[in-house]
Design a protein around this ligand. Structure first.
Ligand SMILES: [Zn+2]
Length: 259
């Protein structure tokens, strides 16, 4: 039996480009739907409001950024509690048993078949769509930087997180350095360098799979959730990123072009 029914939305939304752009925007944790057949996974309504269900605010930032840049945006529709689309299939927190102290009972008892159906119907279609977009751009000779949009909770493990924004990186240190410089030059920000998380090939999936494996430049950006909880903050961050991303791309081209 299929997991998704006629009443469930498709696993991703594509906001098509409205003008040429070097950027492909992706948001792994934009949505918090759950398939009708899975329901609330045994998680309370209060916990569905929390950051454990999705990246609070990032859907609004992504859509406003798409409108300003005109770049394609691909959003995941289902909650990270159903399946985390920034984890490789089979990863211990792909179907997280516990998230920030909250048990996810349906994940703790999920059968092999149930895991497979979440991968087949939610994770893979989303990543296949990103891969198809990148393949088309390559065929068209369009240079691309993958921009992975995330948000993080202001408080974790009893500690406040001071950063307003973080740039996560692993193999592409050039892109990260340029964007870190640009964000710091804005003057009003506490900028995290591989904070609040370090990007790795095991803790992340989207950037290693689509960008690092193909040698594409990328930025994985994390914005603190209290700054983008409302429409005003989401628009302000979209304005900021729509100003800085083209500067990043220009500097990257200058640095990587043969003299
Ligand atoms: Zn995220």
């Amino acid at each position: 039996m299929a997991l998704l029914s006629e009443d469930d939305p498709p696993p991703y939304i594509v906001h098509a480009a409205v003008r040429p752009s070097p950027f492909l925007l992706v948001a792994d944790h934009a949505g918090r739907q759950s398939p009708k057949r899975l329901g609330d996974l045994g998680v309370s309504p209060e916990d569905w409001e929390r950051h454990i269900a999705w990246d609070i605010g990032i859907q609004g930032v992504g859509r406003a950024l798409h409108e300003r840049l005109g770049a394609t945006l691909i959003e995941q529709v289902y909650s990270r509690l159903v399946i985390d689309c920034n984890r490789s299939p089979g990863h211990p927190t792909s179907l997280t048993p516990v998230s920030d102290g909250t048990a996810v009972p349906a994940n703790q008892t999920a059968s092999v078949l149930c895991r497979a159906s979440r991968e087949m119907e939610i994770l893979h279609p989303y990543h296949d769509r990103i891969a198809a977009e990148l393949a088309r751009r390559k065929t068209d000779g369009q240079p691309t930087a993958l921009i992975a949009l995330h948000s993080f909770t202001p408080r974790m493990g009893g500690a406040d997180r001071p950063w307003h924004v973080g740039v996560l990186h692993h193999r592409d240190t050039v892109s990260a350095r340029i964007m870190l410089d640009l964000l710091r030059a804005d003057g009003d920000l506490c900028v995290g360098d591989n904070e609040p998380y370090v990007l790795t090939t095991t803790s992340d999936y989207t950037v290693p799979r689509h960008a690092e494996a193909a040698g594409l430049p990328y930025l994985e950006l994390e914005i603190r959730q209290d700054l983008i909880a409302g429409r005003g903050g989401q628009d302000a961050w979209a304005v900021r990123l729509a100003r800085l991303l083209p500067l990043y791309w220009k500097r990257l081209e200058e640095e990587t072009q043969p003299a």
